[in-house]
Write a protein that binds this ligand. Sequence first.
Ligand SMILES: Nc1ncnc2c1ncn2[C@@H]1O[C@H](COP(=O)(O)OP(=O)(O)O)[C@@H](O)[C@H]1O
Ligand SMILES: [Mg+2]
Length: 320
Amino acid sequence: MTSNQAVRHIADARDFGRIAVVMGGSSSEREVSLNSGHGVLEALKGRGVDAHAIDGIPALLDAVRAGHFARVFNILHGQHGGGEDGVLQGALDSLHIPYTGSGVLGSALSMDKVRSKWVWTALGLPTPKFAPLPRGADVHAAARTIGFPLIVKPASEGSSVGVSRVFAEKDLDAAVELAQRYPGDMLMETLVEGAEFTVSILQREVLPSIRIVPKGAYYDYNAKYVAEDTQYICPGLAGDAEAILRALALQAFTALGCSGWGRVDVMRDREGRNWLLEVNTAPGMTSHSLVPKAAAAAGIDYAELCWRVLETSFADGGRA
Ligand SMILES: Nc1ncnc2c1ncn2[C@@H]1O[C@H](COP(=O)(O)OP(=O)(O)O)[C@@H](O)[C@H]1O
Ligand SMILES: [Mg+2]
């Protein structure tokens, strides 16, 4: 599935110039980012790209200002200047250095689950019923408007940290206490019982969906990074259902001002209705991450995927 604008492809690695692959940093997702970054670095080098590892934003900005790099492959994960929330994107814009993936607006909006949902709701895109929970909010009153079962989560974290499923009022305070340990606001939303999907976007093309079947109750931190028994089915659906899911993911991504590449998380209830959860603008790129799995199903191997993501640093290489 593709939109009708043409994407420019680069044939010669030299046309990319000297590349900084920025990874690591100081966010809670540092280790995952280092794994992703080393995978990307080796793949780009293997294709002849003059690529170099840089750890974190301060080192990157020093190197860029010293004129060492032509463009940036951003594989930092996380908020608060962690690289995925618009701060790095703004700094690079101000220095006129192109980078992969979404710009300031798409990165910042996607990092904020409440504001993502406000935008989708305004456009009539389906997302679970929710209540923002600023600190000090009356969580019991909010739960009465949402109803049980519900989910409590930090508004701006990743990797399922601080997320709880709450089936009864007696468990609400513990869920809020957990989510509160993370910086920023929280939110509460209807728990969708059904199947979980993620849809990857690459250069305005929507890759086959993946159905995630965790062994445990849901796709928690353990299922994401530790357990070996999470099942990934790709494509996750067939026929019209797959086409509808992919089209929704692209709408959700575009609505938040995202571009280049990314991943949209979606729940599908037992009646077959899709519900948008969130967009990830710098998703994992380890060998067992989800975007590489979806790309493989579309016939795009890992090195080609890294190359194409790097192409998104060109204005006509798949950015909005
Ligand atoms: N409304 C919901 N209904 C059912 N499961 C949910 C819901 N929200 C989150 N989850 C579960 O929690 C996981 C993490 O939530 P998500 O919103 O994707 O945040 P993040 O991945 O940034 O931590 C999801 O992958 C899903 O398994
Ligand atoms: Mg998610």
